[in-house]
Design a protein around this ligand. Sequence first.
Ligand SMILES: Nc1ncnc2c1ncn2[C@@H]1O[C@H](COP(=O)(O)OP(=O)(O)OP(=O)(O)O)[C@@H](O)[C@H]1O
Ligand SMILES: CC(=O)C(=O)O
Ligand SMILES: [K+]
Ligand SMILES: [Mg+2]
Length: 487
Amino acid sequence: MNHRRRTRILATLGPATDAPGVLDALLHAGVDVVRLNFSHGDPASQKARAQAVREAAARVGTEIGILADLPGPKIRIERFAEGRVQLRAGERFDLVASDDAGPGTVHQVGVSYLGLPDDLNAGDVLLLDDGLMQLRVESIEAPRIVTTVLNDGALSDRKGLNRLGGGLSLGALTEHDRALIKVAAELDVDFIAVSFCRNAADMEEARALARAAGSDAALVSKIERAEAIENLGEIIDASDVVMVARGDLGVEIGDAELPGLQKKIIRESLARDRVVITATQMLQSMVESPIPTRAEVLDVANAVIDGTDAVMLSAETAAGNFPLRAVEAMARICLGAERQFNQDTNFEQAQRNLQRADQAIAMAAMFLTEHIGVRAIVAMTESGGTARFLSRFRSNAPIYAFSRHPGARRRMRLMRDVFAFDYDSRGQTPRDAARGSIQQLVEAGMLACGDRVVFTSGEHMETHGATNTLRLLRVGDEGRAEGLGEL
Ligand SMILES: Nc1ncnc2c1ncn2[C@@H]1O[C@H](COP(=O)(O)OP(=O)(O)OP(=O)(O)O)[C@@H](O)[C@H]1O
Ligand SMILES: CC(=O)C(=O)O
Ligand SMILES: [K+]
Ligand SMILES: [Mg+2]
């Protein structure tokens, strides 16, 4: 049986994915979850993209997760008359914090935050577009901020702006974010990402707003400011999913700290049973080029080796010239890294004082998987919770998770090692469910006669968090599941 890719691919949608046929091609190439960046475009365009994704998924015959990424308190420049300008080191360039700044030119551009001149001092260095363009503040002549360009480069519409060393961003959930959580709920997205969250309270507030709006989306904390690093443990515990948002994090903390922080955030997220995404500039050169640099190949592979669940593409798919090639490169590099680096299931770091039966069963299942050698783990799950506990161990056996809830299956699309299937086990005994699900896997060519399987389920199939049973089975003739007597 061929190795199937285990690491998940998250792709941002934008103008480049709106062209006819692109979305279908990206899904065929292996995108698991798409990201709607609510920083760009109005609710109508987000709705049109969500609709297009669902139609493409139906055509391709797959179930795709949708993530809504809230803007947060990020400061941005406004638009240019021509969409973009080319700036040269040493030239003067002004930022104008005024509603009537007019369209930008090579000499100046507007900024969205009118209080900016009050927050800056001469000598401050401003980083734009995740640090690709740098400006030094020379003087403040409110509403005008006079700067000198520090490097040659292009600047385009609505790029983010921050001070080197951070300290410009405000509270996490803006009024605009609160309104957009309702939009996300109306679009029935599967994940809602909170930009610049500071602590657990920010995540709890976002979760409460989402639930009040009728959304059952998983909550994603974006780790991208200094305070989030200080409060990392409580933020992870208050999240379903954690994102290493390297763009803003690198600006706020300095790029030299990124490698260590990426590894720490991934390790902590897995230890606390949370799903983790590594994001930003993973294949950045592919915005302009059809092949990644060697450094980018190594970066993606290293994130896989660090243990990330998912890797994310931003401008590469949203606004790049080669969205399909970027997804293909991502898929290829993830597969290669998974093939070459055998995962060592690490029980040393596993929690010892377990609070829940499903967590305990998951740990026992993974221990058996490692020590007796099985082809796969088959899990009956309502919400996807059992699959999440199982997949935190990074075993070599795939996890086939069966749920009757489409939302749960789409949320599982972000979990490494997990493959979700539709199965309605209501009214069935655990024995029937084992037989039915294993039969389905045999028919799909994922299991064969003689394979050993670890099977987990609850006694009552329809309750959340009720997994309390573990069986060792062997696939018998005609795909029947038989109890495993001898090891
Ligand atoms: N929906 C979109 N419409 C237009 N351009 C987009 C869209 N999504 C992304 N882009 C372009 O791709 C670039 C990178 O995408 P990305 O989603 O990382 O945005 P970002 O502006 O860096 O914001 P954030 O920090 O909120 O993620 C953007 O700066 C923008 O130029
Ligand atoms: C994804 C994101 O917001 C960042 O990297 O900053
Ligand atoms: K955003
Ligand atoms: Mg960011």
